[in-house]
Design a protein around this ligand. Structure first.
Ligand code: BES
Ligand code: MN
Ligand code: ZN
Length: 494
């Protein structure tokens, strides 16, 4: 799908298969709807007078061949009450438009929905609209053998059209870049564990960097990691036949002397739990346990597409967590790269074990800020459910920045506390710390563990266990938190 922006478009003369316009509750017309209504001598008003549809949210009506209107179809989408309009409602409306047009023969769409956004909210609305369309038309069929039976996509072009003269092509382009990053993240996360291994993640990163001048990739192999003293990371990967990889990306969009920001992703390509084996139910979903890493790769791909003037380090801590004769056992003690010793009381708390060495490793870049992204704890799902990601931090300013970016991107996070009291739960009788803190506050003690390795820079931890994928009939990766991360990078680059 191609996305573009056009200002000052006359809605009635648009040469496209479908024009999309908003209708407010109680038959109130949006600006573009008014133009089409006038051009068609009141066809929209007449239609609304029938009473089947009157601008309620979540509803729509498709009209054909209105007199005086060039486009053969006009899609009316409900926006609810005018004074309650916000970015989320516009995004929802765009989603409804895309979902319904997907089932038609329409190829070219011109949508005036975001034309209704307040001027100060227009950029956000446009970015989100593009993301909403891409999200709606996304499908993952790499592993279906009968491609003929799949629904054929017709949509080709989606134009964000405004009647005003304001140029929102940058926001449109950013939305498309973020959507591409989300697609990369989702494709990787949806791929099964027997395809998407640490080696596959490394290959994907190398491929992404290959065609780009200001993106570089380095891959640390296990032997190199052993030399660096990454005993914690290696205690996870050693149980698997698949070699672990530490994949490091350098996006150089800023000045050479500018300190970078760093994104560090948990990349467990399959989490069986290891010797502390998980129960069988829904274990297939542990193929999504590399979403943190995939979201880092997706966000860096978006950075490249947007050419943001900023330096970013991406780290993918990629390993498979398996039980085997070589796997770590409960009670094993390992030494992390930072020199701290860890008693592995539960091999299923492996995310923090791979992340702590990655978080120590990024210190060498003297980052201005570090965000780690991880499907870290089931407890986060208990605390926040599937709508909001968990956020924990050692720095209020950075935490607030990231929370704000999440709100702006409609990809929200909520801050949970940390502190000395919780740190006590990680006490070990035999090592510097245990890798679990017992049942109470599992998300917080996991972050407390990571906090011991992030003391030298401002740091935010995002626990995306509840938001990274959907279960049930709509099982699949969501592409989150790529929108939040990209929005944060956009804001940082300004
Ligand atoms: N990847 C899981 C967390 C997870 C579980 C995410 C279910 C999404 C859905 C993580 O590696 C894990 O197993 N965490 C344990 C930690 C516990 C052993 C302290 C958990 O949450 O049960
Ligand atoms: Mn686990
Ligand atoms: Zn895990």
């Amino acid at each position: 799908m191609k996305y573009q922006f056009q200002a000052k478009i006359p809605a009635a003369q648009v040469d496209a298969d479908c024009v999309v316009v908003g209708i407010y509750k109680a038959n109130e017309l949006s600006a573009a709807a008014q133009v089409i209504d006038t051009a068609s001598s009141g066809a929209i008003t007449e239609h609304l007078a029938l009473g089947d549809f009157s601008g309620e949210k979540q509803r729509f009506s498709l009209l054909y061949q209105l007199p005086g209107v060039t486009a053969k179809r006009v899609l009316l989408v409900g926006l609810g009450e005018r004074d309650k309009l916000n970015a989320e409602i516009l995004t929802q409306a765009t989603h409804i438009a895309a979902a319904n047009l997907k089932a038609t023969k329409v190829k070219q769409v011109v949508s005036f929905l975001t034309d209704e956004a307040a001027p100060e909210a227009a950029e956000t609305a446009v970015r989100q609209a593009v993301i909403a369309v891409a999200d709606t038309v996304y499908s993952f069929n790499d592993f279906k053998s009968n491609k003929v039976e799949l629904p054929a996509p017709h949509l080709e072009n989606w134009t964000i059209a405004h009647q005003t003269a304001v140029d929102l092509s940058t926001a449109t382009h950013q939305g498309a870049a973020i959507a591409e990053g989300m697609k990369l993240c989702r494709d990787l996360a949806n791929s099964p564990g027997n395809q998407c291994t640490p080696t596959y993640l490394a290959k994907t990163a190398l491929k992404l960097a290959h065609s780009q001048t200001n993106l570089e990739v380095e891959v640390l192999e296990e032997t190199h990691m052993a030399e660096l003293g990454m005993g914690s990371f290696l205690s996870v990967s050693k149980g698997s036949e698949e070699p672990g990889k530490m994949i490091i990306l350098h996006y150089k969009g800023g000045k050479a002397e500018d300190a970078p920001v760093a994104l560090v992703g948990k990349g467990i390509t399959f989490d069986t739990g290891g010797i502390s084996l998980k129960p069988g139910a829904a274990m297939d979903e542990m193929k999504f346990d590399m979403t943190g890493a995939a979201s880092v790769l997706g966000s860096l791909a978006a950075c490249v597409a947007m050419q943001l003037p900023i330096n970013v380090i991406g780290v993918l801590a990629a390993a498979e967590n398996m039980p085997s004769g070589k796997a770590s056992k409960p009670g094993d003690i390992v030494t992390s790269m930072a020199g701290k010793t860890i008693e592995i009381l539960n091999t299923d708390a492996e995310g923090r074990l791979v992340l702590c060495d990655a978080l120590t490793y990024v210190e060498r870049y003297q980052p201005k800020a570090v965000i780690d992204i991880a499907t870290l704890t089931g407890a986060c799902i208990t605390a926040l459910g599937h709508h909001i990601s968990g956020l924990l931090s050692n720095n209020d300013e950075l935490a607030n920045e990231v929370l704000a970016a999440g709100k702006q991107a409609n990809d929200e996070a909520w801050r949970l506390p940390m502190g000395e009291k919780y740190q006590e739960q990680l006490k070990s009788n035999f090592a510097d710390m245990a890798n679990i803190g017992g049942p109470p506050a599992g998300t917080i003690t996991a972050a407390c563990f990571l906090a011991r390795f992030t003391e030298n820079y401002p740091w935010v931890h995002l626990d995306i266990a509840g938001t990274a994928w959907k279960s049930g009939a709509a099982k699949g990766s969501t592409g989150r938190p790529v929108p939040l991360l990209c929005q944060w990078l956009i804001n940082r680059a300004q």
